[in-house]
Structures are given as structure tokens and as C-alpha cells.
Design a protein around this ligand. Structure first.
Ligand code: 13P
Ligand code: SF4
Length: 298
């Protein structure tokens, strides 16, 4: 029996669903019930009636699934697959920051821990951040933890005063304008699609700015047949599979945490159910409110 068949059999026996982020290893797509970006995964997690959720992504995503499913068990293939950006802020630091700006609403990117969400007003993802910020009555907005996404949102919401936390994603942050100039020289016909976690100087020259799943729609709808994709390297494989007729070039930047999950660790987590994601009840209830506030807008 192959490892994929074993996973699929256990999935049926345990009434489990496997949710997979776009950046996961391509062989993991083969056991997925749903593959998507953070917003898609949140929505899918919120509506599943499976008893067991196997979350293949990083910890903050699995925590979100647990917060949205208080009665269900959420397991991850690797409990130590975290997010460097999410770890750049904690609840105490955010509380202190809020004290400096008492009249600001706190918008927290989903790439954050449950504790940070629990002391925020509303959360957002890369695909709805602008809509969320525009929906708020406050002019002043504390935006955490990503300074690049915050700058992008600020550029689209001139009516708001965005006060950004200085976090960033190491995978996206080290791409700069010089690199883009090289790409353009090497692939003059390629359209550039960038993730909004990229620096402003990169977003300035991109043809499209989009969440990971939104990139699939951009490439499908654009008549060009060649694209350069500025995000984690796994996205190019995802795009090739979704749109086999077009050409995708990508970065060599890898999110090592996203790549910790393997078919072997998925099978082990399903067999043993050892790696359960636990969020303290009080924190989960408060964090849930920030999701509900987001769902009310989107
Ligand atoms: P998406 O929600 O666009 O998939 O982004 C998640 C992420 O971690 C990007 O680095
Ligand atoms: Fe976090 Fe960046 Fe990895 Fe996304 S790519 S999970 S933001 S470290």
C-alpha cells in the first residue's frame, strides 16, 4: 500500500479532512481535500463537519482552524512548523503598543499567534486587508505584524493613518528592486505577480499584487503565457499544476517551516494523533471574535 493510500484510508476511517496551504510540498497536494490561501483555509475550516482536521501549513493557520472549530480536534504533521513573522510580536508587546495609540483600531494579519489575535479588534488576510481597513470607522489603525502589508494597505487607504508594527516575512522581505531589474532583463515578456508581503519597491513594479490563491486567478485571466511569481518558491509548482499551459518562473526563497511537513509526518500524525493543536479557551474565545468581525466584512 502506498503512503498516499494509507493516508486516504485513515482519513476515511477517522472522518478527517486535510487542509493544505499553497506553499506545501507538491506531493502533499495529492492527499488534500482543500488547497488554498489563508482566507480560503479559514473559510474551509469554519464550515467543515469532519471530526478531525489535519492542517498542513504553519502553526498560526492550524490555531485558526482550532479557534474556528472549538468542538473538533485539529492536528498538524509538525507542531514546530511556525512562522517567523508571526513570532515578531507577542500579546504583551501589542498591549504596550496599544497604550501609546488608545484611539486606534487594531487590525491583525492572520499570520499571528492566537494570543495576539485575542488582544486585537479584527483580523485580516492578504486578500482582504484593504477591505477590512476601509470598513473600520476609526481613522487611526494599528496594523500588525507585517510592515510591508501595512505599507501596501496604507497606499490604498489614504484616508487612514496606519501605524505599522515593524515585522516582516524573511522569505519576501529580502527581494529588492535590483533583483526585479534582473528578472525583467532576463524575462522581458513575463508579467510580475507579487505577494503583498513584499517590499513597497517591489510592489511598485509588479503587474499584479495578490494573495497566493489570487495569483492563480491573475495568471488564468491574463492573456500572457509567462509570469514571474514573487513569493515562496512552492507557489510556482502550484501554478504549473493549476495552469499547465503557461510558464511560471519563481524565487529560490523557501519557507523552511512550510516545508517541514511531509507525507510521512502527515501519516504519523493521523495514526498517532499526538500533535494536537491546543488554544487556551479564554484566548480562543477572544480570538474568535476577531475572526467573526472579519467574516462580517468579507
Ligand atoms: P496567503 O494567505 O496569501 O496564502 O499568504 C500566507 C503566507 O504565509 C504568505 O507568506
Ligand atoms: Fe510566515 Fe513568511 Fe513562511 Fe508565510 S512565508 S509562513 S509569512 S515565514
Amino acid at each position: 500500500m502506498t503512503i498516499v493510500s494509507k493516508i486516504n484510508q485513515l482519513k476515511r476511517e477517522k472522518n478527517a479532512v486535510i487542509l493544505v496551504h499553497n506553499y506545501q510540498r507538491p506531493e502533499i497536494y495529492d492527499v488534500a481535500d482543500f488547497i488554498g490561501d489563508s482566507l480560503g483555509l479559514c473559510l474551509e475550516a469554519a464550515k467543515t463537519d469532519a471530526q478531525l482536521i489535519v492542517f498542513c501549513g504553519v502553526l498560526f493557520m492550524a490555531e485558526s482552524a482550532a479557534i474556528l472549530n472549538p468542538g473538533r480536534r485539529v492536528i498538524v504533521p509538525n507542531i514546530d512548523a511556525g512562522c517567523a513573522m508571526a513570532d515578531m510580536i507577542d500579546a504583551d508587546k501589542l498591549k504596550a503598543f496599544k497604550k501609546k495609540h488608545p484611539d486606534a483600531a487594531v487590525v491583525t494579519y492572520v499570520n499571528s499567534t492566537a494570543e495576539v489575535k485575542a488582544v486585537s479588534d479584527i483580523c485580516c488576510t492578504s486578500s482582504n486587508a484593504i477591505k477590512i481597513v476601509k470598513s473600520l470607522p476609526q481613522k487611526k489603525i494599528i496594523f500588525v505584524p507585517d510592515k510591508n502589508l501595512a505599507a501596501y494597505v496604507a497606499s490604498k487607504c489614504p484616508e487612514k493613518e496606519i501605524i505599522a508594527w515593524k515585522g516582516y516575512c524573511p522569505v519576501h522581505h529580502y527581494v529588492n528592486k535590483e533583483y526585479i531589474d534582473e528578472i525583467k532583463a532576463e524575462h522581458p515578456n513575463a508579467k510580475i505577480i507579487a505577494h503583498p508581503e513584499s517590499k513597497p519597491e517591489v510592489l511598485e513594479v509588479a503587474d499584479y499584487i495578490s494573495s497566493t490563491s489570487g495569483m492563480i486567478d491573475c495568471a488564468k485571466n491574463d492573456p500572457s503565457d509567462e509570469f514571474f511569481v514573487l513569493t515562496e518558491c512552492g507557489m510556482t509548482e502550484r501554478l504549473h499544476r493549476e495552469i499547465p499551459g503557461k510558464k511560471f518562473h519563481g524565487l529560490c526563497n523557501m519557507c523552511f517551516d512550510m516545508k517541514k511537513n511531509t507525507l510521512e509526518s502527515i501519516l504519523d500524525s493521523l495514526e498517532t494523533e499526538r500533535t494536537v493543536v491546543r488554544v487556551d479557551d479564554k484566548i480562543a474565545r477572544r480570538a474568535r471574535k476577531t475572526f467573526d468581525n472579519m467574516f462580517a466584512v468579507t
